[in-house]
Design a protein around this ligand. Structure first.
Ligand code: FE2
Length: 278
């Protein structure tokens, strides 16, 4: 089996099959895990993938224990009519980490692109490598961010939860500083459905605007930020401990359909900031 590996900018790799007959299951999971560990994001393109959510979930079991949600193992990310939450709208989604409101924070996100928007319809999934952000931001900004903890409260179909995290914290299993931050939605976005309540602790109110501008500049810096244009049958695996992710707005009628699975580390990483959950 032959494939080509290209480095994405500013981080991550793209693995492309030479032959459309290759099935993704033929790729070594151990090798892919090594790539995710090193590169934080792996895009796999041009392979045969999965005919059903069931098959996709079965594949993901190879990566470890799947974190099961009230809806099951596979989240169908597709726009709903009259959505009750921004996740199921076509609006943009601010940067965040998955599992922040859940008892366990998964190590891997695995996405399967069932159908993709046309190139002019938007809907890229956005990723920020927070280890790079910390390396590249001014030291005085990092020192300021280290003093700040943020409390997030969110109620949606699958949970009602409050969670707290310092902006700068440690990777659960590595000697590495990372960032945990869910940016407040842009104030000028109309109809952002069901935003979380976000409280900044350890900072004066009159500093907040400046700090949020610093964070935006750093998190969206071209040296740390990658926006993924989906192709049908792409598989994308991301390191949810190191990256933050979000979504760009997309056309209402775009055929955007992703499936997403969360895989826990071994052992599962208990959410250190969860204050309440139901
Ligand atoms: Fe997410």
């Amino acid at each position: 089996m032959k494939y080509k590996i290209t480095h994405l900018k500013p981080f991550g790799i793209l693995i492309e099959a030479d032959n459309a007959d290759y099935h993704i299951e033929k790729l070594s999971t151990e090798l892919l895990k090594k790539y995710v560990d090193e590169e934080k994001l792996v895009v796999i393109r041009g392979f045969r993938t999965f005919c059903s959510a069931h098959d996709f979930a079965n594949y993901c079991e190879r990566w470890g224990e799947i974190s099961v949600w009230p809806f099951g193992k596979v989240l169908e990310l597709v726009r709903q009519n009259n959505p009750e939450d921004h996740i199921f709208d076509n609006n943009y989604v601010p940067l965040h980490w998955d599992g922040m409101y859940r008892p366990e924070v998964p190590e891997y996100q695995i996405f399967h692109c069932v159908d993709s928007p046309n190139l002019d319809q938007g809907g890229r999934t956005t990723f920020t490598n927070t280890a790079l952000v910390i390396d590249q931001s001014p030291v005085e900004w990092i020192e300021l961010w280290k003093k700040i903890t943020v409390r997030y409260t969110r109620k949606m179909e699958f949970y009602e939860s409050t969670t707290t995290s310092p902006i700068i914290t440690r990777h659960p299993y590595k000697d590495q500083l990372i960032m945990r931050y869910n940016e407040p939605p842009e104030k000028d976005i109309p109809d952002f459905i069901n935003p979380p309540i976000i409280e900044f602790l350890g900072v004066e109110d009159n500093q907040l605007d400046e700090i949020q501008l610093q964070l935006k500049e750093s998190l969206y810096s071209p040296q740390a930020y990658y926006a993924h244009t989906w192709h049908k049958n792409d598989i994308v695996i991301s390191d949810n401990f190191t990256l933050l992710h979000g979504r760009e707005v997309y056309a209402k009628d775009a055929p955007r359909h992703l499936q997403r699975v969360h895989v826990n580390s071994s052992p599962a990483f208990k959410n250190p900031g969860l204050e309440s959950y139901k």
